[in-house]
Design a protein. Sequence first.
Length: 341
Amino acid sequence: MRIGVLTGGGDCPGLNAVIRAVVRKGVSEYGHEFVGFRDGWRGPMEGLAGPLGIEQVRGILPRGGTILGTSRTNPYKVEGGFGKVEAGLKQHGVEALIAIGGEDTLGVARRLHEDGLRVVGVPKTIDNDLAATDYTFGFDTAVNIAMEAIDRLHTTAESHHRALVVEVMGRHAGWIALHAGMAGGANVILVPEQPFDLAAVCQWVERRFETHYSPIVVVAEGATPKEGTMALATGELDAFGHVRLGGVGQMLADEIERVTGKESRAVVLGHVQRGGTPTAFDRVLATRFGLAAIDAVQAGAYGQMVALRGTDIVRVPLAEATAELKTVPVERYQEAEVFFG
């Protein structure tokens, strides 16, 4: 069988580990051939493809990003998009497709399966916000990068007696902010699930200064203030209708300085969180996902996504995987609140 592989959405540490595992097991145990589609869904739509064999996946395990490239292309936002994807697969003799991506990529995979294509999904997002799996690869790496940055910022904040606001990724879910903030000893953590009160944030900041230490505020990019406490700018939309976020960290730092009179600075970690080599946890999880994905194709389990449940890799319907986001529950946020101020 000839199988296509593509990676869509934001790049993520561990993507190459999935590709490597799919190809290594698919070739050596099942005798399949593979085609790598470039740049997400743009690949099959525009015929951007090439051979993907053992030679192409050698040495890629520790590499960040994706050797296949990626994009945020949405075939269902393009006229005749489904037909172009179908034609692209036929052009390269592809009988089944493994799509590695997050909510948006897997949402397209689900629709393609419903429209008659043979698709298996692999969950990928540093945000860890897919409800059907306990963890997604890339999350552990992103948290560790953010934690290391917070560790370093503690000393410079205290040297200059400043408040530092660290903006991390997290559009709708604050898992990175929660885990990195708790692990890094942040004094305030702000997540999209809990609109924040600027006055309360400033009180926590002042309380920290009173102990002769400098505060670190960790804020997810999608965090929003309670109505009327701070104005946030809006951005343009991408192909999946998401607002391009960014800027809450700087606005929060400006407001903290205005209200408290304390010097404040914002640090935006941005794409550094997704770059570089994946952690051991993410390499192992991504490898297990890749092995399970090719097993699913071999078994004809199309319309399914591989997922982590406890310590087991299982299959769940793509429809279930994309039904809802996994957000930070109130009780988890309350654990972090113990350390505020």
